[in-house]
Design a binder for this molecule. Structure first.
Ligand code: ADP
Length: 591
């Protein structure tokens, strides 16, 4: 990927990431708003249900308590009106019974716990009261007496002021079915209000005219409900002095034709809505933060994945390039190997040809002597056969037979030499095997002896112990020794040494067989000892040597795992020590 396309893909990544973030932020905001709205609503509804159930509970309890109190006092006047002592208070209009009546009233009030007990004349005047609270010719007394006259239980709410309120039950006192007076019992609501004051819910009672008669809210007392109800709320809910009034939470008290109301305060609902909203907002914030973290992590993951992908693509490309380079190198290497193999093959061939050339050079050196070696027995054979004819003519068969035996010996010798020449001139094999060293040396001697004889050099062989078997090839090894002996003959002849001698000594040295070829020639100066093994190094005249004999000999011996060392012989001539690996039992068994 080039720089331009990398920059383009980076910019598109950033655009994608920005779009994802904006979408996430919008989704979180919408979710948050919805969560806040619905949670606030739900929280408020729940709080409202709780408030309402609590208010309904309060309503039921208070309604029961109030009915209980009123029931108790409702029955009191009819019961008292039948009492003789009370009838006696009214039966003589001329007698002043006010004091007795007052005492009776105090007694009844004391026993019943009523707020006030009053005895009334039929015209509305008060005979006596227990506490003197509701005296005088009051409107309420007139309405009470009206009901009493009709034989009913008079009932009337009475209030002097917001502090002095009571409910009066009145019943007529009759003698011989004639109304002679009335007894009124005033119910005290102070304990009821005292109980209500403990409640947190506003509680109040409205009379049929809608006036608040009893309440635990002092400011509402004796106010008309319409003046308190400032505005209509949702159906069934009203706001009274800042408190919600629930119409379901109104109970009709049939005994008094009163309405008992229990209100709930709206403030907890607002608080609940706020609480729910704030919790939802916090949760939304948390969700938003989590969503943001998730988005950021996802972005990081995507970036990492893209980076990894790019890196792996780069790596793949690199591997492809390297693989191609390697396979190219491999192809050129195998080509080189092939070329090297061919070159080695060529080298081997050249070496073989060189060996052959060196051998032919040695044969060339020996050819004159060898042909002399053939001519001499041929001449002798001629002489012996001529003599044999003469002795045959003379009848001397014994001598003839003797001559024929000598001829036969000479032919054998010539055949042997010819055999050696043939085998020496053959191309050598390449196998390395365990061979006895003595026949190798015999063959070499056979070939060099004619030349040695011609040069007046004695060749001697000393074999210590034996039989010595070495690892090598017969023809190649004999070539080595032919070369070494020829060099000794050449050195002796070149120096004109008297009583020239080449000695071959065979001995064992550890796991090697050492064949020492020593001469009594001029020897080799130490500074020249390294150079003589180099190819084409020669000190001989042109045509006498080409300088490859020793280099070929040393490479043949190295092929057999051996070595050639040069030194000085006891007589001051040269000494070549050919060290060959001795064949062990396993090598011999492998033959
Ligand atoms: P060439 O015989 O064709 O010269 P060689 O490799 O056989 O090649 O020998 C190299 C040289 O080593 C000879 O020219 C000679 O100078 C020296 N050399 C070899 N053998 C002997 C020896 N026995 N005595 C003295 N010099 C020797």
């Amino acid at each position: 990927m080039n720089n331009l396309s990398r920059m383009v893909s980076g910019a598109s990544n950033r655009r994608n990431f920005r779009r994802t973030r904006v979408i996430t932020a919008c989704a979180v905001c919408l979710f948050g708003l919805a969560a806040v709205y619905f949670t606030a609503q739900w929280w408020r509804d729940r709080a409202e249900q709780q408030l309402e159930s609590k208010a309904a509970e309060t309503l039921a309890v208070q309604a029961e308590a109030l009915s209980g109190i009123l029931d108790k006092y409702r029955l009191l006047p009819p019961l008292l009106s039948r009492e003789e002592s009370i009838i006696a208070l009214f039966d003589d209009p001329d007698r002043d019974m006010s004091e007795a009546a007052r005492r009776k009233a105090i007694e009844i009030a004391g026993r019943s716990g009523a707020k006030e007990v009053a005895f009334l004349h039929t015209d509305g005047r008060v005979l006596a009261t227990a506490g003197g609270l509701f005296t005088g010719n009051r409107e309420e007394h007139v309405r009470l007496l009206e009901a009493v006259r009709q034989g009913r239980l008079g009932r009337q709410a009475i209030s002097l002021d917001s502090e002095q309120r009571a409910y009066a039950f009145a019943f007529g006192v009759r003698q011989d079915n004639v109304l002679i007076g009335a007894i009124a019992v005033y119910v005290d609501f102070d304990p009821v209000e005292a109980t209500w004051s403990l409640s947190t819910n506003p509680i109040f009672i409205t009379d049929p005219t809608g006036t608040v008669f009893l309440t635990n809210q002092p400011l509402w007392r004796l106010q008309h409900l319409d003046t308190l109800m400032s505005e209509a709320r949702t159906p069934g809910h009203y706001l009274v002095g800042g408190k919600v009034l629930h119409s379901d939470l109104t109970r009709h008290l049939p005994l008094l034709d009163w309405q008992l109301h229990v209100l709930s305060d709206e403030r907890p609902l607002v608080t609940a809505a706020w609480t729910g909203g704030i919790i939802a907002a916090l949760v939304s914030l948390l969700v938003g933060a989590l969503a943001f973290v998730v988005v950021m992590r996802r972005e990081g993951q995507l970036l990492r994945m893209r980076r990894d992908r790019a890196a792996s693509l780069r790596l793949e490309r690199l591997v492809r390039e390297r693989t191609k380079a390697l396979s190219d190198t491999n192809v050129s290497l195998s080509r080189e190997i092939d070329e090297r193999r061919q070159t080695e093959e060529q080298l081997r061939k050249t070496q073989a040809e060189l060996v052959q050339a060196a051998k032919l050079a040695a044969l060339g050196q020996m050819s004159a002597a060898i042909s002399h070696e053939f001519n001499q027995p041929l001449a002798a054979i001629r002489t012996y056969s001529d003599n044999a004819h003469r002795f045959l003519d003379k009848g001397n068969t014994g001598t003839v037979s003797d001559n024929l035996t000598r001829i036969s010996g000479l032919v054998d010798r010539m055949a042997q030499l010819s055999q050696s020449l043939l085998s020496f001139s053959r191309k050598p094999g390449t196998t390395v095997k365990a061979i006895p060293i003595a026949p190798v040396l015999d063959e070499a001697l056979m070939l060099v002896l004619p030349r040695a004889r011609k040069a007046g050099v004695k060749v001697e062989t000393k074999i210590e112990g034996g039989p010595h078997r070495v690892l090598g090839g017969q023809i190649r090894l004999s070539q080595v020794f032919v070369n070494l002996i020829n060099n000794g003959i050449d050195a002796i002849a070149g120096a004109g040494t008297e009583n020239g001698q080449v000695t071959l000594t065979v001995c064992e040295d550890g796991d090697a067989v050492v064949v020492r070829v020593e001469d009594n020639g001029p020897g080799i100066p130490p500074e020249r000892r390294d150079s003589i093994f180099e190819p084409f190094f020669t000190t001989k005249d042109v045509g006498a040597g080409i300088g490859i004999g020793l280099s070929i000999a040393s490479s043949i011996v190295a092929d057999f795992g051996g070595s050639i060392a040069v030194g000085e012989s006891d007589s001051g001539g040269a000494c070549f020590a050919v060290r060959l690996r001795a064949a062990d039992a396993s090598d011999i068994a492998a033959e």
